[in-house]
Design a protein around this ligand. Structure first.
Ligand SMILES: NC(=O)c1ccc[n+]([C@@H]2O[C@H](COP(=O)([O-])OP(=O)(O)OC[C@H]3O[C@@H](n4cnc5c(N)ncnc54)[C@H](O)[C@@H]3O)[C@@H](O)[C@H]2O)c1
Length: 326
């Protein structure tokens, strides 16, 4: 008997955003295939889905061709934090570029709709605030962040060339800073760094003077945007900014997290990393007018859920650390 369920491939499905997306698609009744090489993704992120009959996980590296039958593809595979994408920069570029070529080839063969998780990093260290989609960016092509920024820019190029040349149905989203449960505890991103440091009573590392701003979007809001974008008419291809337009300084974030965790951790200052943007904030007017989307979760609510997640994670890892061997 043929199934009416949509078959959806999520690459990077065991990662932070990918696992939330898989969860959302399974709940919507889709048949979900999660593909991941577990470089930064964790089996724990999808363990709760493995018992669901319409969820399947497959270990695969998207720099190699993949032959499966699906109706839609969400291409999220790529390490997202500087610590991870700079660990093996050549592999990062390969994942973005060769991975995109492989997934676009698959979409072409299957006539499947394909979504690309691009990034605000395509704007580099922007000279225009907030950044609209029409801004072409200020990117250093040879710096330590280039493997990610330029890899993602090239992936966007490929998506739009497949769109023009092969008439593929594409959706390209530029994601701004997103946080929430299942972020990697050691990924060096500011929200997870501060929460883990505060919960452990360790000093909070503040890069630069702390006046640099970020705009933090809660993961559930972002996933709402993904799903709405994928369901939008074919002419809505993006690139489309998704993120929270409310700016918070890094120093303010540190204070809020210290207050919410009740931690007495001190702050220690370190120099700003190379090419670290001083300000980053999305213009989400397009997402609002085309999808009726805007983030609704207040920072404190999202932080409370994220702190709860890390609190449990740290408590479990302490239990594991003290478990007798055998
Ligand atoms: N989280 C954010 O704030 C943010 C912001 C901008 C863009 N993005 C983009 O969203 C996507 C997901 O990010 P995330 O925060 O969930 O990061 P993540 O590191 O948690 O997830 C990435 C996933 O891709 C997998 N992966 C990496 N290389 C792979 C390969 N070659 N083949 C198969 N799987 C591979 C990893 O194991 C991991 O599960 C990424 O493409 C990232 O660039 C995220």
């Amino acid at each position: 008997m043929s199934s009416v369920r949509k078959r959806v491939l999520v690459t990077g499905g065991a990662g932070f955003l990918g696992s939330h997306l898989c969860e959302r698609l399974v709940a919507a009744g889709d048949d979900v295939l999660c593909v991941d090489n577990y470089f930064t993704g964790r089996k724990d992120n999808i363990a709760h889905l493995l018992a669901v009959p319409h969820f399947e996980a497959m270990r695969h590296d998207i720099t190699h061709p993949l032959f499966v039958e699906v109706d839609e593809i969400y291409n999220l595979a790529c390490p997202a934090s500087p610590i991870h994408y700079q660990f093996d920069p050549v592999q990062t570029t390969k994942t973005s570029v060769i991975g995109a070529i492989n997934m676009l080839g698959l979409a072409k063969r299957l006539k499947a709709k394909i979504f690309q998780a691009s990034t605000s990093e395509v704007y580099g260290d922007p000279t225009l605030h907030p950044q609209p989609e029409s801004y072409r960016g200020n990117v250093n092509p040879i710096g330590p962040r280039a493997c990610y920024d330029e890899g993602k820019r090239c992936a966007e190029t490929l998506f739009f060339d497949y769109f023009r040349q092969h008439h593929l149905k594409i959706k390209v989203v530029r994601i701004f800073n997103t946080y929430g449960p299942r972020m990697h505890p050691n990924d060096g991103r500011v929200v997870s760094n501060f929460i883990v440091q505060a919960l452990k009573g360790a000093p909070l590392t503040l890069y630069g003077d702390g006046n640099q701003t970020r705009a933090f979007c809660y993961v559930d809001d972002l996933i709402d945007g993904f799903v709405k974008f994928m369901a939008a008419p074919e002419a809505v291809t993006g690139p489309l900014n998704l993120g929270n337009p409310v700016e918070t300084s890094v120093a303010e974030l540190a204070d809020t997290i210290l207050q919410m965790t009740g931690s007495r951790s001190p702050l220690i200052r370190r120099p700003l990393p190379v090419d670290d943007p001083t300000q980053r904030c999305p213009d989400v007017a397009q997402a609002q007018s085309l999808l009726g989307w805007r983030p609704t979760t207040p920072l404190k609510d999202g932080l409370a859920r994220t702190i709860e997640y890390f609190d449990k994670l740290l408590a479990n890892s302490r239990v594991l650390e003290h478990e007798p061997a055998g």
